[in-house]
Ligand binder design. Sequence first.
Ligand SMILES: NCCCC[C@H](N)C(=O)NCC(=O)O
Length: 457
Amino acid sequence: MNTAQKSLRDKPVARWSALIIVSITMFCGYFFTDVMSPLKPLLEKDLGWTSGDYGWFTSAYGWFNVFFFMLFIGGIILDKVGARITGLLASGIMVIGASLKYYAIANTFPEGATILGHSKQVALAALGFAIFGTGVEIMGITVSKIIVRWFKGYEMALAMGLQVAVARIGTLLAMAAPLRIVDYFHGNIAAPLAFCLVLLIIGFLSYFVYIVMDKKLEASMEKVEDGQESDSEEGFSFKDLKAVFANRGFWYIAILCVLFYSSVFPFLKYATDFFINKFGMAPERAGDLPGLLPLGTLFLTPIFGGIYDKVGKGATIMIIGSILLVLIHGLFAVEGLTNVTLAVILVLLLGVALSLVPSAMWPSVAKIIPEKQLGTAFSMIFWVQNWGLMGVPLLIGVVLEKFCITSAPGAEKVTYNYHIPMLIFMGFGVLSVVFAFLLKNADKKKGYGLELPNMKK
Ligand SMILES: NCCCC[C@H](N)C(=O)NCC(=O)O
């Protein structure tokens, strides 16, 4: 290819700059997603929430995505009108949802005011989180497609890994910062949300810079004579949907996705409380331990992504990550194992698992599904995954409240035994292993190329 035929995506500086910009928006989204997790004990102590309230509120993240098919709608919009408008809409929705959630937590409401059997505060916070969850998930599929658009044939898995790594810095801050921010603002539980809301607005504004870059990319692609990489996609069609549904590899990846993530992200929602209850950690420091999880993934996700780009072995990487899950949650479930050093090691290992599987899973989707159906495919995978992100935190909240309370009724501080929740997380790990093997098997039969490198020679 001579210089005249190059499009903007062929210039490393341009494609990495595009990646940095969209990663900032995702970073802010991930921060907000988990910012309430370390606050669970405080929500119970200061605002009178129960574990059931917390589980219900946390599950709201997936409500609209699952029941109103917002991810499908987002995927269709993405394939029809492209990443520029979809991304802007999605990050705007994130800001609106986050503002409502902040309003709910920052205010007090008349006692006894309930909506759907929960206090007005819990219900409004949940509604805000549901709106936010729609925005951040649609943003997730948009960013996945943006990366494919800029990096296909280049360092695609590395780029996806780096984007996820930057997003996970958001998760890390969400674990480590909120209790410190609350402390700094003299016990104000809403302060971390306000801080995060400001970041989300910055993420929204930074997306305008990406829009300018995307326009330039399009113009440069139009100049490329053969137009082979042009974004002249046909957009969503029901034929595409049927094609994606008929693809066995797609289903294995989607089911692996929901199982794997069900035992990681919902775990994070309860991790601070778990470490306080099982390992006797001081509440002010207990968020630091789950914070180690995203820390490890920062470095490892891009490294494993780079290995997949150069060496391949995508399906095998997913199997190893899933086996790790079983071991980790299995050990967490063992009663009497309360050594903090062991907890640190297990959290770090969970970080390894959370690097292995995503670094191979997301680029593998682009191998199984043709590019013009990718928006649809990512949105369907995220839809399946959202059942888990919605249902599992709710399940754990209910299980905790019904079967795991160890304190006396009416005690000032409620304490829990996390044995059953950990067994539930382990169960998801076991099923992940099964589906990772099924995926590898399908790859052998259908030749998706999951075990092959991503990079063109
Ligand atoms: N706490 C963030 C949830 C992100 C869900 C999202 N659909 C996703 O799977 N992102 C990829 C990842 O590995 O984070």
